[in-house]
Ligand binder design. Structure first.
Ligand SMILES: [Fe+2]
Length: 386
């Protein structure tokens, strides 16, 4: 079967790429952007740099700077109202995955109406909304190139997956210099998120030869640079590699899908407000151990791509090295278990059936090499707790 590939129409990639913002808008015939960002980016100088570039090019702009971590239907509703008030023809999303995902939600609702939950997977989104230029400031979610947004339903606390061409940015500006000031925890969490994207894209049942190359490339970049980026935050080569890895992994999973780790990670994030990369990290080693027997060769390739196994090494031994590496990485980057994070055991146990149902409902576990039952998902949640 042929693979269907979605990607932005334009990308500017490299140190200083932010300066290309006015030129990218002009190439796309866009002239009146609403900037979507968060209070930190609005304060730290990055927003000012973007607006100065727009001013210099004579592009009028306005700002919606109220995005929150783990975007909610409530904040997206406010953003859509802001979009309707003005005469905007595009969105410029500047920030981590949350700001970019908020802009995607705004664009979808502006064009299609209804409520966000009307458009969650597997529903199709009929109309594309105002085009988005995405400017990531973290090396993590890859949202700048994906056809997904993840939105938390304020009423039900469900982290909903929304997918389609309407969610894919028209352009991406991938400038690693914007990540040089990311704090350690954010670097570690977003870095493991992107490593998870690459691994899951590679082992996904929907992987294809196009995404395989991207995923392996991303794993190599991330696995070889994540420790340096955390230990030496201003190491430009490591930051550049992490940014390239994150965007490349985003392109891979956007077109091959994520799998069981992401399926199980969203409910932990939604119910216990664990940052996305961190909840992935809590799950990644155990779920890799659970899944590997069903796709030994693929996981062995991951170990080789990450540089933890020799090319000539047998698959069984390569997978053992992969598991060691994932566990060691969690230790070194101080990833807590749900228990150490402070999640209440009774509440966790009580929610397990709901979490398992939401995980399966997202469709992601069905892409896993080993497709789990609801009981197996519950057992995996129990296994990672402490
Ligand atoms: Fe992710």
């Amino acid at each position: 079967m042929a693979a269907l590939i979605t990607a932005p129409r334009l990308m500017s990639i490299g140190g200083g790429a932010l300066a290309e913002l006015p030129a990218l808008l002009a190439r796309l015939g866009l002239a009146r952007p609403l900037i979507v960002t968060d209070p930190y980016i609005a304060r730290c100088g990055i927003l000012d740099r973007a607006t100065a570039l727009l001013d210099k090019a004579g592009v009028p702009w306005a700002v919606f700077a109220d995005t929150v971590p783990d975007p909610t239907t409530e904040v997206i509703g406010i953003g859509v109202a802001r979009l309707q008030e003005g005469d905007f023809d595009s969105l410029v999303a500047i920030g981590g995955g949350s700001s970019i995902d908020t802009a995607k939600g705004m664009s979808v609702l502006y064009a299609n109406g209804g409520r966000m939950r009307d458009w969650k997977v597997p529903n199709e989104i009929p109309l594309a909304g105002p085009p988005i230029v995405a400017v990531p400031t973290t090396a993590g979610t890859g949202s700048e190139v994906t056809r997904f947004t993840v939105v938390t339903d304020t009423e039900s606390d469900e982290k909903m997956l929304i997918a389609g061409l309407a969610c894919c940015p028209a352009a991406a500006i991938v400038d690693y210099e914007l990540t040089l000031t990311m704090p350690l925890r954010l670097t570690a969490d977003t870095g493991i998120d992107s490593l998870t994207h690459a691994i899951e894209a590679y082992v996904s049942r929907r992987a294809n030869p196009f995404t395989d190359g991207l995923a392996k490339n991303a794993m190599g970049l991330i696995a070889r640079n994540i420790r340096t980026a955390c230990a030496a935050p201003d190491d430009r080569a490591a930051r550049e590699a992490m940014m390239l890895g994150a965007t490349t992994a985003g392109m891979a999973f956007s077109n091959a899908s994520v799998a069981l780790v992401h399926g199980m990670s969203r409910p932990i994030g939604a119910f216990f407000h664990v940052p996305h990369g961190l909840s992935n990290a809590m799950l990644l080693p155990e779920i890799t151990a659970f899944s590997a027997p069903a796709a030994l060769e693929r996981y062995a390739d991951c170990a080789r791509a990450m540089g933890v196994a020799e090319e000539s090494e047998g698959s069984q031994s390569a997978v053992a090295r992969l598991l060691d590496e994932l566990r060691r990485l969690n230790e070194e980057l101080q990833v807590p278990s749900p228990k150490a994070y402070g999640i209440d055991k009774a509440r966790y146990d009580e929610l397990l059936p709901t979490m398992a149902a939401q995980a399966l409902g997202s469709g992601s576990p069905q892409n896993n090499p080993r497709i789990p039952t609801s009981d197996e998902i519950i057992e995996l949640y129990r296994r990672v707790y402490d």
